[in-house]
Design a protein around this ligand. Structure first.
Ligand SMILES: Cc1cc2nc3c(=O)[nH]c(=O)nc-3n(C[C@H](O)[C@H](O)[C@H](O)COP(=O)(O)O)c2cc1C
Length: 231
């Protein structure tokens, strides 16, 4: 298997990190590779903030947690959390369980969310809205295309981190608290928070990822066409 194939097929979401620090040089090297990602019109609308200040990291954790427990509550109720097509009433009902989930988490050891301030590298990735080619911006549906100019870059950060023995996860939970995050990090209103990327040395690195097989999501000629079978 080529290195690229291996990286594409086996780069997991890593949320448990050792205490080993990651240098600014390493982060800069990762971004130096990720910057070759494509973007609409090659506008490279991404803007990255490496968050090192402990008080800022703790503030980000506090902003992250309410959304995280809402997410878990919606998942526990069998919902696709924050689907643009979701029934908002059903969602609100599901979220009533969030405080209980939060209390249980507070009584336990906690995971990445509860200890976000300990994540070795936190990268806030903003999108400069003025530089996005969002061709669906005027359609009468949820807009999607603008993000496509930033998320390939975000994914390239994770792929490039693997070369340095690092793992991580793309998180978007904080975007629900975007205004507060912008205030914390000094971002203007023209910048949208695309992701907070967590990176560090993985405690463990799963290599077998669960993904749907090709015929389950690809068809020929039409959406209701015959499934595309890999040869
Ligand atoms: C756009 C996007 C948003 C995500 N948001 C979060 C998040 O807020 N918090 C989190 O812990 N993981 C988040 N993830 C990680 C996904 O849960 C993870 O990629 C998925 O479950 C697959 O995990 P695996 O590669 O380990 O199988 C996000 C991933 C993507 C691509």
């Amino acid at each position: 298997m080529t290195d690229l194939r291996q990286a594409l097929r086996a780069t997991p979401a890593v949320r448990e990190f050792t205490d080993e620090p990651v240098s600014r040089d390493t982060v800069a090297a990762i971004l130096d590779t990720a910057r070759f990602a494509p973007s609409g019109g090659n506008r490279q609308a991404w803007r990255v903030v490496l968050v090192e200040d402990p008080a800022t990291k703790a503030a980000l954790r506090d902003l992250y947690l309410p959304g995280w427990y809402d997410y878990l509550a919606m998942g526990a109720a069998g919902l696709v959390a924050w689907s643009p097509l979701a029934d908002r009433e059903q969602e609100a009902k599901a979220k009533e369980a969030a405080p209980e989930i939060a209390a249980r988490a507070a009584a336990g050891p906690g995971g990445m969310a509860e200890h976000l301030e300990r994540v070795p590298v936190l990268l806030a990735v903003f999108a400069d809205l003025g530089s996005l080619a969002a061709v669906d911006r005027d359609l009468d549906r949820y807009t999607l295309v603008g993000g496509a100019s930033v998320y390939p870059f975000v994914w390239s950060i994770l792929l490039a981190a693997g070369e340095h023995g690092l793992g991580g996860v793309i998180t978007t939970m904080l975007t629900a608290r975007e205004a507060q995050v912008r205030d914390l990090l000094g971002a203007p209103a023209s910048m949208a928070l695309a992701a907070m990327v967590a990176l560090g040395h993985p405690v463990r690195r799963p290599t077998k990822l669960r993904r749907r097989p090709v015929p389950e999501f690809a068809t020929v000629d039409r959406v209701d066409g015959v499934p595309l079978e890999p040869r």
